[in-house]
Ligand binder design. Structure first.
Ligand SMILES: O=P(O)(O)OC[C@H]1O[C@H](OP(=O)(O)OP(=O)(O)O)[C@H](O)[C@@H]1O
Ligand SMILES: NC(=O)CC[C@H](N)C(=O)O
Ligand SMILES: [Mg+2]
Length: 553
């Protein structure tokens, strides 16, 4: 659930790619809040800036002029990160770079589920040193090794596609990536099940008549906002390479194994103004509201429904579904929780993706406050898109009761989450999931609601399929968090591996030695905060300051 982008400007003399790559990060910031970065290429050299925090923090001192001066180039890639593997240290911020062969950079959205195998392969066979715990560094090095094996001084497009075949063969899991081959062009590719999203669009060059600019992004909103049209989804197992001479090459690298996007994109991850694999996120959420209203009529009596005074969303992902549900039940709708939009700390953004349980809990109270008159003496129905650890609903129910609510129903647009997410969302260990090993009644008791109602999995899938536009090929989804059945095989020991990793990361307070070591990036200018009058963002040359994370504890 990281956000990735890639831009090729059609005018080879242009140096402004970083301006729009930078802008694109703000359209994907909802996906990830931990780190951000941009790498661009100019005259055979890579210029890079990355660090911990949201894009605004990492690029705080970069006005348009500074971006152009320090990140010049006609093409490049960018990333916002929410860690699912490794640590949240600055050294794992992306894009990642490896100098041999050809100078490769990569931005990855997703998660690999066979890191042990890859680490072993890279160590004993490929003889490549891996300097972090990041699974994306593994993927980059598998790609680099395969390209290197060609034994060529210069590669062509066919070589790049041929090497990708090796990535698909070795890397298991979900990934949608943008990559850059120094001096040559940008690449986009997507796993063989299409679990993580990636789309592509074009527009006329603004500086070279007749030429075209090309853009890749995790979500269509980024393309549309930057004026790109003819937006298509990269298909499972497909890649696209945009060469700096203006040519674009599509190639089916491997046969698709399925076409099963992660249903959680529609439930929570994506922006409502995006369209993923031909399915409007907004429309799918409206449908979730329709289906949930039907389920409520099955679970509650007519009298109980008639007695609901007001339907209230938990801002903001559930707003769309809640409004539709209220209209289907013919009950009043109210935006009775107000979201604080103006604070300049990270608590007010998406609390679920904040690292650390305490930070999440604090974040909910700081983010939302009730309009008391909408609760006082009323029977209310609170709608959320999902209930994961139960932090949000527990806190929200308490706030509603403190404000005087007499009866509180909590309804969820998605089913009970009882399993780990292994394809790019760091949900939690099962025993931290509130629905794990609990009946619906026990969940209600745990979050102190009068009743909890979950959407059924069939209805959730139908809500998404019915939101598809003409030509969408998607009929099934990756739904492992709900069903426990994953689209790919899961290697033995993987679940234990991620639990151990979580335990290790929880215990860590200061950066370890490997975080403090920097890769000697031949040719890469990784500008340190503080250079050129910058204030810095808690990192210096990729080393996390021990105190940096204290602001979210
Ligand atoms: O049960 P929990 O562990 O609390 O997780 C579920 C909550 O987290 C998400 O909200 P978030 O605040 O991240 O984002 P939003 O503002 O987009 O709804 C999601 O929308 C639920 O409200
Ligand atoms: N959320 C993601 O897509 C994360 C990408 C990668 N697994 C990382 O942890 O950096
Ligand atoms: Mg929410």
């Amino acid at each position: 659930m990281c956000g990735v982008t890639g831009l090729m400007l059609g005018d080879p003399e242009a140096t402004t790619a970083a301006i729009e790559l930078h802008e694109s990060l703000y359209y994907l910031q909802h996906a990830s809040q931990d780190a951000a970065g941009i790498s661009v290429c100019n005259g055979g050299r890579v210029y890079q800036r990355k660090g911990l925090g949201m894009a605004q923090k990492v690029f705080s001192e970069f006005d348009g002029f500074a971006l152009l001066e320090q990140l010049p180039g006609a093409f490049g890639i960018a990333h916002v990160r929410y860690p699912t593997a490794g640590t949240s240290s600055a050294s794992e911020a992306q894009p990642l770079y490896v100098n041999s062969p050809f100078g490769l950079s990569i931005s990855v959205n997703g998660n690999l589920i066979n890191p042990d195998y890859l680490r072993e392969f890279l160590d004993s066979e490929a003889r490549r040193h891996i300097n972090s715990d990041s699974d994306s560094e593994l993927l980059l090095n598998v790609f680099a090794h395969s390209l290197n094996e060609l034994g060529k001084a210069r590669v062509n497009v066919d070589d790049i596609f041929a090497s990708l075949r090796d990535v698909y063969a070795k890397c298991q899991g979900a990934y949608a990536c943008t990559a850059m081959v120094t001096g040559f062009g940008i690449l986009g590719f997507r796993d063989a099940n299409g679990i993580r999203p990636l789309c592509f669009g074009s527009r006329p060059s603004q500086t070279l008549p007749g030429a075209k600019d090309y853009f890749l992004a995790s979500e269509s909103v980024a393309l549309r906002q930057l004026g790109f049209t003819d937006i298509i989804d990269i298909k499972p197992g497909q890649a696209v390479f945009c060469q700096k001479n203006g040519t674009v090459h599509f190639r089916q690298i491997v046969e698709p194994k399925s076409y099963t996007p992660d249903v959680f994109e529609y439930v929570y991850l994506a922006r409502p103004d995006s369209c993923i694999d031909g399915i409007s996120v907004h429309r799918s959420r409206q449908n979730m509201g329709v289906k949930l209203a039907k389920k409520m009529r099955e679970v509650l009596t007519e009298k109980e429904i008639a007695e609901i005074d007001v339907v209230i969303p938990v801002p903001e992902t559930s707003n769309t579904a809640a409004a539709t549900l209220a209209s289907c039940l013919d009950r009043p709708y109210s935006n009775a929780f107000v979201k604080n939009r103006y604070a300049n700390f990270s608590f007010v953004f998406r609390t679920f993706i904040l690292p650390g349980q305490e930070a999440r809990k604090k974040g909910i109270r700081r983010k939302l406050s009730p309009i008391e008159s909408e609760f006082d003496g009323k029977a209310i129905c609170i709608v959320d898109d999902s209930i994961v650890r139960g932090n949000t609903s527990r806190e929200i129910v308490q706030m509603a009761r403190e404000a005087g609510a007499t009866r509180v129903y909590v309804v969820s647009c998605s089913p009970e989450i009882m399993n780990q997410h292994i394809y790019g969302i760091d949900l939690a260990d099962p025993d931290e999931l509130v629905a794990y090993n609990r009946t619906t009644e026990q969940v209600a008791e745990n979050i102190q609601a009068d009743k909890v109602i979950f959407q059924s999995l069939d209805d959730l899938k139908a809500a998404c399929v019915e939101a598809a536009g003409e030509g969408s090929e998607v009929k099934e989804f990756e739904v492992g968090v709900f069903s426990g059945k994953y689209i790919t095989e899961v290697p033995d020991g993987y679940f234990e591996h991620i639990s151990q990793l979580r335990g290790k990361n929880k215990k860590r307070k200061t950066p370890n030695c490997s975080e403090a070591m920097l890769i000697a990036n031949g040719g890469v200018v990784n500008m340190a905060p503080g250079q050129n009058g910058a204030q810095g963002n808690g990192t210096r040359n990729g080393v996390m300051s021990p105190s940096y994370r204290e602001d979210i504890k």
